[in-house]
Design a protein around this ligand. Structure first.
Ligand SMILES: [Ca+2]
Length: 142
């Protein structure tokens, strides 16, 4: 376990040394799948980690983009993302209202994007240790 922690720290250091943003620090991160959806007024959809509520897989990356003509809300009442390194290993990244969030651990999120905005979410995991993940609702206001 001690050796594993040391190796992980070296990997983190290597990633940070590349100077890229946290979402791209891990050189072993896979290519991200992606989906874009234009929500219409008064509609909603769900995003979730694979296998939810069972554990998400290792080495996973997927990103979502949503647009909405009105105010848009991302609601994640139960987030369980296993991170040993301050959201650098497994992380749900959210942006769209000027504040970029890096979510890990046991937490929740209610994130509001102004009208005619774009909501971006990316879920990325590393090569070991998983957890339950998340299920979120994306709502486009009436
Ligand atoms: Ca992990």
């Amino acid at each position: 376990m001690h050796r594993l922690a040391l190796v992980s720290l070296l990997l983190v250091a290597a990633g940070v040394a590349q100077g890229s943003p946290p979402s791209k620090r891990f050189f072993f991160a896979p290519q991200c799948g992606s989906a874009s959806q234009a929500l219409t007024a008064n509609s909603s959809t769900t995003i979730q980690s694979p296998n939810y509520p069972s554990n998400y897989p290792n080495n996973y990356c997927y990103e979502w983009n949503f647009s909405c003509p009105n105010q848009m809300t991302l609601s994640c009442p139960d987030i369980q993302i296993l991170s040993l390194f301050f959201c650098l290993d497994d992380v749900l990244e959210v942006s769209g209202n000027g504040e970029r969030k890096y979510l890990c651990g046991n937490t929740a999120l209610n994130y509001v994007v102004p009208a005619n905005g774009m909501l971006f979410a990316r879920f990325r995991t590393d090569w070991l240790l998983t957890a339950k993940g998340f299920q979120c609702t994306v709502s486009c206001a009436a």
